[in-house]
Design a protein. Sequence first.
Length: 499
Amino acid sequence: MLVAENITKRFGGVTALENVYMELYAGKVNAILGENGAGKSTLMKILSGVYPDYEGQILLDGKPVSFNNPREAQDAGIAIIHQELNLVPYLTITENIFLGRELENGWGMLNHKEMHRQTAALLARLKLAVSPETLIADLKVGQQQVVEIAKALLTDCKVIIMDEPTSAITESEVEVLFGIINELRRENKTIVYISHKLDELFKIADNFIVLRDGRTIEAGKMQDVNHDLLIRKMVGREIKINKKTGCQSELLPLLEVQGISVKNQARRGALLLNSVSFQVCKGEVIGIFGLMGAGRTEMLETIFGLHQFDGKLLLNGKERRFKSAADALKAGIALVPEDRKKDGLVLDQCIRKNMSLTVLDKMEKAGFLRDKKELAMANQYIESLQIKTPSAEQTVKNLSGGNQQKVVLAKYLATEPQVLMLDEPTRGIDINAKAEIYKLIASLAESGLGIIVVSSEVPEILAVSDRILVMAEGKLTAEFRIAEANEDKILKAAIPQSL
């Protein structure tokens, strides 16, 4: 259905893709694999008209095509679900889905009723139980991801590109998506599927194509390879992720959460958090798992000074109540947010400026920023976190998702926190980068930090944690030492009693 021949794309002096060749088949799920920075998203943006300037040729259904913008690609039959959400926060779900392709009635006016009806049908198909007139800003990241999927399904496309479609959705939503993918496969659509979750690919993909450093490495059928072989093809070596066995050193209490409750401002009488209590010790990694809406993110935000609460918060034995995120940072508490694009980065600024945002007071002298000091700090983190970039002056929006996440991490590590909270720290990150971040979490814990990791992936929680907390409907439902934890116990505790 679609062939990319000798595609080369350069950004300034950096070659993102070099002579990439790829064949994508109708009625198949074609998996594109590679580390962050391998060129996957760049290639998809070329296929979908985001980048019109490149070398090489694209054949669609045997005919050469070129697109000046995404609208031309859509009209030709190619739709894309972007890894980075491309929604307008203060428009409704309906307005976002029909943006640029609004329906009109016989009098040339917007046909709100029909657009609402079609949106409601799409949301029902995707099992997202919210009103079509809900503002995007009022949705969680996972729900916004579902809206992105709905946008692509609205058009009757031949080729549907899914760039990390499950990076922010729950397991039940993943099952719904896989059901829709199977429907599309039966309709002979060409599905292009990018994911770092290899277990997913073995469930849903028919074929694979591996990219490494902007080049095509190999292509074949999923049934002919296994997990370890694919990883070696992606990174050129074997990657091992060791499961934690628990802390060995004597731990001292660092952060204590005592009976914290937070009111739900949208629903009178309801609580986002309901009498949650736990503690984090020096050198300990606490993993928090829960389904969407369990209150995990709200818990981190409350500790970080973003919500008013009832109960007590103690840091080093002293009761604290932060009025803002700035207060929390000064006290030694940092939060790496779930949505790096919206809450973690200034996308049009360079790496150097993004990293120094949290420590501007340390970067200035007599009221002037010291560029050399800023640059030295940025280069230190570029090296230690292995951020793939030509320089610290690279604009952050031009980095891959995984490297953007590392910039956010560096930004908060620069504050030298006592407690580091990580909300979905490896969302959209390849297995090699994941292993690096797991090692970093372990080394930070060894240096005495207290770390809280929120993740939607049970294997990840098991890989990094010393102790695991499970939440459901704003309550703490279970606590496990790593030695006694397993997937079945964690998932059972995460299911709300109402279900």
